[in-house]
Design a protein around this ligand. Structure first.
Ligand code: DOR
Length: 455
């Protein structure tokens, strides 16, 4: 992310601050100086704010934001996005992806490594991290590949990759690691380097091809892909044996969620196992679409029973995070069968409308799932607005009604399955390191510059 503007002193007044990590859900004033939260209190006067010792030299005047009627959340954290650099910049770039993230209320994202070339070397991580610092408006992290070239044959240099501050986890996203021996080796490396693994537990075209060619052992394939639960079960065992942390991406089947839950309750002292779900698996099912028109995504959309079971897991507190799996593709690539759906600009609105709005999730649980918990799982400096935290913040109007229109997206791609959906609740301003990186054009945020009162 670009260096923030050091002159910013921002006072947000009277917003409903929802920060479960700090145990807060109530009206607060929040003071930000030099990119960090300085003070959270029931009342902070502008004069007091201007006298804050954290104010950078020359940081004048003070920006005052009236937060009445708005919710203030720690910036959202998306643990699963595809920004397509290097190799597929016609679909998305770090720059356009970061702008889509900010528009959706996100201030931190973790990018998947299924790029061309894949993110499997420390040299490429360094180059991308530098590019992200120059071009992104939000904090960008990466999952480095688990295996060289994402070929599933040889673990990457996990020790070197894990040391880089931008590498949050390991994944061969897009493909499972079919060979259990390779997966186990990689898990041992990850345990040594103390970095979580986040496998893609489902067949993929590449995995099926390898199996058909007799190259690797694997699970009996079926159509549509049905090996999610088999891979999850196997990887839970391997991770437990190796002693590494494991986070499962985009869980889509009722029985997979059950397996993870059972493992967690029966394995005392086992390494942490966590999982995420996507808005599309939570809200859509194959029955919603005519034959041949089901949006292509991997894992595929499932049955209404699976969708309902995921919703139940969400409201009963079993799910650890909601991730968009923002997977941009051009219309031409989608027509040729590319799988994946975008979600950075719709996830918050969907969660607010369909879960919080319908009483299935509390506001504070929504913050946990969209910010605090993914930050914790991946060890990111995010997910709370306690004093001292980086001022990554999202101001939300919970009453703002809007219609999803992909033509208005900041993303370079348009492949949303939610076009035309009527939603209620949206980010109206997003701040990364105290700097406003998104302002909703349909909303007039009440902002004033507070001039010095000379006495
Ligand atoms: O549908 C998907 N699209 N699933 C994946 O695992 C990869 C993703 C992509 O990169 O487009």
């Amino acid at each position: 992310m670009r260096a923030h503007n050091p002159v910013a002193v921002v006072l947000i007044k009277n917003a409903r601050l929802v920060d479960p990590e700090a145990g807060i859900d109530g009206r607060r004033d929040v003071l930000v100086a030099s990119g960090r939260v300085v003070l959270v209190s029931e009342r902070i006067s502008p004069d007091e704010a201007r006298r804050t010792p954290e104010r950078a030299e020359g940081a004048d005047p003070l920006l005052l934001i009236e937060g009445d009627g708005l919710w203030l959340w720690p910036g959202l954290v998306d643990a699963h996005v595809h920004f397509r650099e290097p190799g597929f910049t016609h679909k998305e770039t770090i720059r356009t992806g970061s702008m889509a993230a900010a528009a959706g209320g996100y201030t931190s994202v973790i990018c998947e490594p299924n790029t061309d070339p894949p993110i499997d070397s420390i040299e490429l991580v360094r180059r991308l991290a530098k590019k992200a610092r120059a071009e992104s408006v939000v904090n960008v992290y990466f999952k480095a590949a688990m295996t060289e070239g994402r070929h599933g044959a040889k673990p990457t240099d996990v020790a070197a990759l894990a040391q880089h501050e931008s590498v949050a986890a390991l994944s061969d996203d897009g493909d499972p690691v079919v060979d259990p021996a390779v997966m186990e080796d990689m898990c041992r490396e990850a345990a040594r380097a103390d970095i979580p693994v986040a496998p893609h537990c489902e067949d993929s075209p590449a995995a099926l091809q390898k199996r058909a060619a007799g190259v690797l052992s694997g699970f009996e394939p079926d159509a549509p892909y049905t090996n999610e639960a088999n891979y999850v079960k196997r990887d839970l065992e391997l991770a437990a044996r190796a002693g590494c942390r494991i986070h499962f991406s985009h869980v889509s089947l009722a029985r997979t969620a059950d397996i993870i839950e059972q493992f967690r309750t029966t394995r005392n002292g086992a390494p942490a196992a966590t999982f995420e779900v996507t808005p599309h698996h939570l809200l859509l099912c194959t029955g919603d679409f005519a034959q041949g028109e089901v949006p292509g995504v991997n894992p595929p959309l499932r049955s209404a029973q699976d969708r309902d079971a995921l919703q139940h897991a969400l409201s009963s507190g079993e799910v650890d995070a909601i991730a968009s799996d923002h997977a941009p593709h051009t219309a031409e690539d989608k027509a040729r069968g590319a799988s994946g759906l975008i979600g950075l600009e719709t996830t918050l609105g969907l969660v607010l409308s369909h879960f919080v709005g319908e009483g299935k999730l509390s506001v504070s649980d929504a913050v946990r799932l969209l910010s605090a918990s993914p930050a914790r799982i991946f060890g990111l400096p995010a997910g709370t607005l306690r004093p001292g935290a980086r001022a990554d913040m999202t101001l939300i109007d919970p009453r703002l009604s809007w219609t999803v229109n992909a033509e208005e997206f900041r993303s370079r791609s348009r492949n949303t399955p939610f076009g035309g959906w009527q939603l209620r609740g949206k980010a109206v301003a997003t701040f990364a390191g105290g700097e406003e990186v998104y302002a909703n054009p349909a909303f007039e945020l009440r902002k004033t510059l507070w001039e010095a009162r000379r006495s």
